[in-house]
Ligand binder design. Structure first.
Ligand SMILES: Nc1ncnc2c1ncn2[C@@H]1O[C@H](COP(=O)(O)OP(=O)(O)OP(=O)(O)O)[C@@H](O)[C@H]1O
Length: 321
């Protein structure tokens, strides 16, 4: 069964009437004739530059925005006409907007949501305990939401959206602004939910790490239109999404140009710091590091992910050729 089916989905925003000419309004096509199907159990990353139309699409899928034209069903339901029924079947997280009660302790927000979703008292207890453990929320359950750190709040938001075990979870920028550890926790949790419950995931993100660790299908949107629909492998083949290993060496060294599986990008400070690019589909950072260590003593290292904006720009370039 398809969890999401959209055909010719279009949303046009019209501005205010222009001064001196009330009949003229600016017109902006945010989502342009989009055909989209997402099957049960898929994990789909929806990426694109700022303003490409990601949030607008999601809002139409969940019934917050009315399409200008086209059709859409989510979980086989009409998002606008059957919004209440749909709300019981899906979980939605908008990174920038909270669904928790600001002044209440986190635990109470969960209780209210459990009541809204008609969970039994026993089920609420079991599910809350499970989420608290998996998302490590024990230490801030009694804290009012407004006092949470961003990482804590996002974990609580995700828990709130998944409390009723929805079949489809839609996340708009779930890891935005989070530190490395919080991102990792959240990703591990989502992977586990998928594995254990077969949950379908659709997420928008600017973080290539989210895409790599969470998604088996990627959609790239450009000016409201689909520019790419395929796997991460396919995306990497199209744009060569590379990572960079940055190593600090114990002594100045010549450029590390002959390291297998990696390409020397740049040396700084007489070769004390060197950057090597590699394709994560073909080799691993550990292998590249081992090869470097045979040639020079490494004292520190970091790995830089490709910037999603660069990947998207490359996709746009490739698809417009
Ligand atoms: N309510 C609105 N009224 C007018 N224009 C809007 C409205 N909402 C969005 N837009 C415009 O539609 C386009 C798509 O916006 P949307 O928020 O869907 O982009 P996005 O891909 O989610 O971007 P971001 O990554 O920055 O969140 C943008 O040009 C935006 O300015």
């Amino acid at each position: 069964m398809n969890v999401i089916e959209a055909e010719g989905l279009t949303r046009v925003f019209t501005g205010r009437p222009e001064r001196g000419n009330r009949l003229r309004r600016s017109r902006h096509v945010a989502v342009d004739d989009l055909d989209l199907t997402v099957g049960a159990g898929e994990s789909v990353g929806y990426i694109g530059a700022n303003g490409a139309g990601k949030s607008t699409t999601i809002k139409m899928l969940v019934g917050i925005l009315v399409p200008t034209s086209g059709t859409v069903t989510t979980m086989g339901l009409h998002p606008l006409k059957q919004r209440r029924v749909l709300a019981r079947r899906i979980g939605v997280v908008f990174g920038q907007r909270s669904q928790l009660w600001w002044d209440l302790p986190v635990r109470e927000s969960f209780s209210i949501l459990a009541a809204i979703h008609s969970l039994t008292a026993a089920d609420e207890r079991v599910r809350t305990a499970e989420l608290v453990e998996m998302l490590e929320m024990g230490e801030f359950l009694a804290t009012p939401v407004r006092q949470l750190s961003l990482g804590q709040r996002m974990r609580a938001e995700v828990a709130a959206a998944l409390l009723h075990r929805p079949d489809l979870v839609i996340l708009d920028e779930p890891t935005i602004g989070l530190d490395v550890l919080s991102k990792q926790r959240l990703r591990e949790f989502l992977v586990a939910q998928r594995r254990e419950h077969g949950t379908t995931l659709l997420l928008t993100t600017h973080d290539m790490g989210d895409v790599e660790r969470l998604c088996d299908r990627i959609l790239v949107v450009d000016h409201g239109r689909l520019a790419f629909d395929g796997t991460l492998d396919g995306l990497a083949r199209t744009v060569g999404a590379r990572r960079e290993l940055v190593v600090d060496l114990a002594a100045e060294s010549p450029d590390l140009v002959d390291v297998g599986g990696a390409e020397h990008v740049r040396s700084d400070s007489g070769g004390l710091r060197q950057r090597l690019a590699f394709d994560p589909q073909r080799t691993t950072a550990a292998r590249v590091l081992a090869a470097i260590s045979e040639r020079a003593e490494v004292v520190d290292l970091s790995i830089e992910e490709p910037d999603i904006e660069d990947v998207v720009r490359e996709i746009y370039r490739a698809t417009r050729r």
